[in-house]
Design a protein around this ligand. Structure first.
Ligand code: PLP
Length: 388
């Protein structure tokens, strides 16, 4: 049973991070002091608009983009929706049966949106991944044809942490481009905090970021849209965000997002090295306690896995039972992604690696974050020893 005096140990940073002190401080004035609507012409409106302009400058610089290439959204889910839907709608006149290519381990905001686009006479091709989670590049190359309007691939996966070779994928797409299609969209939600996401160096046309995975508040995301690219607005109205996403901007969340982004990119390598070490310590300890445990995805020492994500298969235990027992011991982890956590469906990502549904039902994700300490990992291991 959970001892109430026991400190809770959070291993679910890939689902949501605490808001950093700097982000919280930056946001504070925009709730009750500088509460103007950025579209208003008076002083309060100008203050709010200046805050958004400043945030846009910060985010655009963080990914080597221009000011006008950033569209703020309410979430990464929304940004992913805009990327897919707008590409299909904008190119519908030129290509009557548009094809979208995604990988089998994309976030649901990509997979379900692609599925939904079948209503628009869209063909959706799902590219498989190898057992370590790496996208099958040969299959991808074979599938790109003259009907392909968009390829959407994630930079790093949220459940197993695999990092995909975005520049190589961009090269494959570039070699097949005709009249600027297919477009290449990248979901960089989990990668941004650890890797350079320079849009031009990566060779992407669109890229998604999220605030609440990088120590910013919930309620803000961004879509990079390469200049010159005409996308079809999905939310119409007052014409905010250069006409690409109407609706009064969430000023405090956008300000907090930018503050968090500028902080995190300065600490990328330091955080990555520290978390990698803690993750290895956690895995070593778990493996000593539970010898049959196995890592899902690639061996993380080869650098192809995010430094903060550890996905473990516990053959003799259902993850639904384990999560409850962990929670009683004050340890918070997850099975699959946060959005699918409340459903009983076993992770499609684990199954996409070629594993059975039974293995997917017995797998748990531990994700570490900036506040994670060595002491926490040690304490978690001593509690896990009691759980098993
Ligand atoms: N893409 C990836 C890779 C994610 O991990 C998530 C959230 O878990 C999302 C998209 C959706 O992000 P948001 O919660 O901002 O909609």
């Amino acid at each position: 049973m959970q001892n109430n005096s026991q400190k809770r140990i959070y291993f679910d940073y890939a689902a949501g991070t605490p808001v950093s002190d700097a982000a919280l401080k930056a946001m504070q004035p925009y709730f009750s002091e500088k509460y103007g609507n950025p579209s208003s012409l008076h002083l309060f409106g100008q203050e709010a608009q200046a805050a958004i302009d400043n945030a846009r400058e910060v985010i655009s610089q963080a990914i080597g983009a221009d000011f006008r290439e950033i569209v703020f959204t309410a979430s990464a889910t929304e940004a992913n929706n805009i990327a897919l839907r707008s590409a299909v709608i904008a190119l519908k006149e030129k290509i009557s049966k548009p094809k979208i290519i995604v990988s089998s381990i994309e976030h649901e905001s990509i997979l379900k949106t692609a599925e939904d686009l079948k209503k628009w006479n869209c063909e959706v091709v799902v590219i498989p991944v190898h057992e370590n989670g790496a996208i099958d590049l040969k299959k991808l190359e074979e599938e790109i044809d003259e009907n392909t309007v968009l390829v959407s691939m994630m930079y790093a996966n949220n459940e197993i942490g695999v990092i995909e070779p975005i520049q190589d994928i961009a090269e494959i797409i570039k070699a097949k481009k005709k009249n600027n299609v297919p477009l290449f969209h990248v979901d960089a939600v989990q990668a941004f905090q650890f890797f350079d996401c320079d849009a031009r160096k990566l060779g992407v046309d669109m890229m998604t970021l999220s605030s609440h995975k990088i120590y910013g508040p919930k309620g803000a995301g961004a879509l990079y849209v390469r200049s010159g690219l005409k996308i079809d607005p999905q939310i119409t109205g007052g014409g905010q965000e250069f006409g690409m996403r109407s609706g009064t901007e969430n000023v405090p969340a956008i300000v907090g997002f930018a503050a968090a982004a500028s902080e995190i990119i300065k600490k990328r390598s330091e955080n990555a090295a520290r978390l990698q070490e803690l993750k290895e310590m956690l895995w070593k300890g778990i493996h000593e306690i539970y010898r049959a445990a196995e890592i899902n995805g690639g061996e993380f020492k080869n650098g192809n896995i995010l430094p903060n994500i550890l996905n473990i298969y516990f053959p003799n235990h259902l993850s639904s039972d384990l999560l409850v027992r962990f929670d009683e011991a004050g340890i918070m982890a997850s099975a699959g992604s946060a959005c699918s956590m409340r459903s009983i469906e076993p992770s499609y990502v684990i199954q996409a690696l070629g594993h059975s549904k039974e293995r997917a039902k017995r797998s748990i994700r531990f994700s570490l974050g900036a506040p994670t300490t060595k002491e926490e990992v040690k304490e978690a291991l001593s509690r896990l020893e009691q759980v098993f």
